[in-house]
Design a protein around this ligand. Structure first.
Ligand code: BGC
Length: 549
């Protein structure tokens, strides 16, 4: 598929800069006609693999965000009540999301940052709780906000890539203050995914929500993601209770956690189905009205024992089991139309409605982590992964001490992205891949630039080897609310001053802007930030081990 600009520069309102700079490669893409017949070797031309195999401009440079993490005045989400202090009637977990990074009030201003960066595409989510704060009551002002925002993107020649569900719900889906849901599902609390009666209701509600979005925005949006990082989200929200609703079902894997995951997969399929049915407008004229994907968090799981890399066959097998459950469970279920409820590698539960519900796959790679078989605390997997501050001999000393991301307590190891992309390319050769997130929490500009350049270098190598990678979305455009970790981690290309909410470019923004405008990584950037080896150290980072510090 070749990229064409969406309504580029039609309404030169906020976007004069984009029109004059001509920087998003759109004109060049328009000049490049697809040739018929077999193309023996991809010709990347003078701009190299990040042009994409179909010529200059078909690879998308993007940035990503999620509504709850950036939007102010978002009072109807489950995150609002979950993080509201106890004294104010909330659940009192972590830092209150509050005004996040003011991304609702500053939505149009932030488009200017994207123009400055030279982005081809922006991935963001639409807050379900803003559109439907009360069950079945649609808020027109909320819908209109996203209309204006999408218009501004389109005017700037920046393709919207909309995620329907990114880690948040309206409170009425599964109220964090009423986890037992003893009265059964009702308008104020549907009891959430996995509940025998409530689960199917939530799936129908999200189908309706996706239909609304498709009908309302489908004339300008072709790229959609259904749900974000399902396993991560389910583990955090239903497994260990770190995210709302705050259910701790990790030790009730078979009866509670797996049914919730199954329902979430069904929700994905319902969203896919609704968008494919109701987004009937081909906004970019490429013959496809809706290109609907799914994003997955992929971790480089390494066998470990007593905090060392292990070659014990039991640990190797445990790491493989965790990698498969974490990585393959969903794509495999969608490919087969069946679900593996007991994680034994056999897909026994027939779910024909999910089969084939994926047009592209988003890979989100952030970290390397250990897994040991020694203390198998995950019953169905008989394995213990290194997870956050939980270290039962499964965590690893970093390959390079500076790689540790202190505020997130994990290690970023750049070299793992290539094997992950190769693995997906080999396993699902016909599925286009997008690196739909990648980034690093840091206060140090050089580290962000290194993360960016090294990730793009890994993608280049994958493309050169024939893996179909269509784009890279850096996480994130601006600093934002990092869920359970609050506001300390700084993932933004633009730093947010939480006093006045002004945005200031980091070195990462400068480097990314040069890459996106030039559509390649310069030799100078490679020499300064690329390759392998230690990243520039984070001064605030004190010790060699990030986990358990
Ligand atoms: C999520 C984002 C999150 C990022 C950095 C991804 O898992 O999709 O919402 O902010 O990682 O932790």
């Amino acid at each position: 598929m070749r990229t064409r600009p969406l309504g580029q520069c039609l309404i030169p309102l906020v976007v004069a800069a984009a029109c004059t700079s001509g920087s998003v490669g759109a004109e060049d893409a328009a000049e490049t006609e697809e040739s018929s017949g077999p193309a023996p070797e991809p010709d990347f031309g003078e701009f190299g693999p990040l042009s994409g195999p179909e010529g200059r401009g078909s690879f998308r440079f993007g940035a990503a965000s999620a509504a709850t993490q950036i939007e102010d005045q978002n009072e109807n989400t489950d995150w609002w009540i979950f993080t509201l202090p106890l004294a104010e009637g909330g659940v009192g977990k972590g830092s209150h999301v509050g005004d996040a990074s003011m991304g609702y009030s500053k939505a149009i201003e932030d488009v200017l940052l994207m123009i400055e960066l030279g982005l081809d595409s922006y991935r963001f989510s639409i807050e379900w709780a803003r559109v439907e704060p009360v069950r079945d009551a649609i808020d027109e002002a909320g819908l209109a906000h996203y209309d204006h925002f999408i218009d501004a993107l389109v005017e700037a020649g920046i393709r919207p890539n909309v995620t329907v569900h990114h880690f948040s719900n309206p409170r009425w889906v599964d109220d964090p203050l009423d986890l037992d849901c003893a009265g059964g599902p009702g308008d104020e609390n549907l009891c959430g995914f996995g509940h025998p009666e409530g689960g199917p209701l939530v799936i129908e509600e999200i189908r309706e929500h996706a239909r609304l979005l498709a009908e309302r925005y489908g004339d300008r949006v072709d790229d959609w993601a259904t749900i974000n990082e399902p396993i991560n989200y389910m583990m955090a929200s239903h497994g260990v209770g770190a995210f709302p609703p705050g259910k701790v079902e990790i030790f009730d894997f078979e009866d509670k956690l797996m049914p919730a995951i199954r329902d979430y997969v069904l929700a994905h399929a319902a969203v896919y189905d609704a968008i494919k049915t109701y987004d009937t407008v081909d906004a970019d004229g490429d013959g496809i009205a809706a290109n609907v994907g799914l994003t997955l968090n992929v971790v480089d799981w390494v066998p470990a024992r007593q905090n060392m890399v292990s070659d014990d066959p039991e640990d190797v097998a445990a790491a493989e089991r965790v990698y498969a459950a974490y990585t393959y469970l969903l794509p495999e279920a969608i490919t087969q139309g069946r679900f593996d409820m007991d994680l034994d590698g056999e897909f026994e539960l027939e779910l024909p409605e999910i089969q084939g519900t994926m047009d592209w796959m988003g890979i989100q790679y952030y970290l390397r982590a250990g897994v040991t078989a020694e203390t198998g605390i995950m019953p169905l997997l008989d394995a213990t992964p290194c997870f956050d501050t939980l270290d039962l001999g499964s965590c690893l000393p970093p390959l390079d001490p500076s790689y540790c991301v202190p505020s997130m307590r994990y290690e970023y190891a750049p070299d793992a992205l290539l094997p992950i992309l190769q693995d997906f390319g080999a396993r699902w050769p016909n599925l286009p891949l997008v690196v739909s997130e990648g980034g690093i929490a840091t206060e140090v500009g050089e580290r962000r630039a290194e993360n960016l350049v090294r990730s793009l270098e890994q993608i280049e190598l994958a493309i050169e080897q024939g893996v179909d990678v269509r784009g890279y979305y850096h996480w994130s455009l601006t600093d934002n609310f990092e869920w359970a970790e609050g506001f300390e981690p700084r993932f933004g290309l633009y730093r947010v001053d939480y006093g006045d909410y002004s945005r200031r470019p980091t070195l990462g923004a400068e480097v990314y802007s040069a890459i996106a405008h030039g559509r390649h990584i310069s030799d100078e950037q490679r020499a300064s930030y690329g390759g392998s080896g230690p990243l520039t150290a984070e001064p605030s980072h004190s010790g060699p081990l990030c986990v358990g510090e």
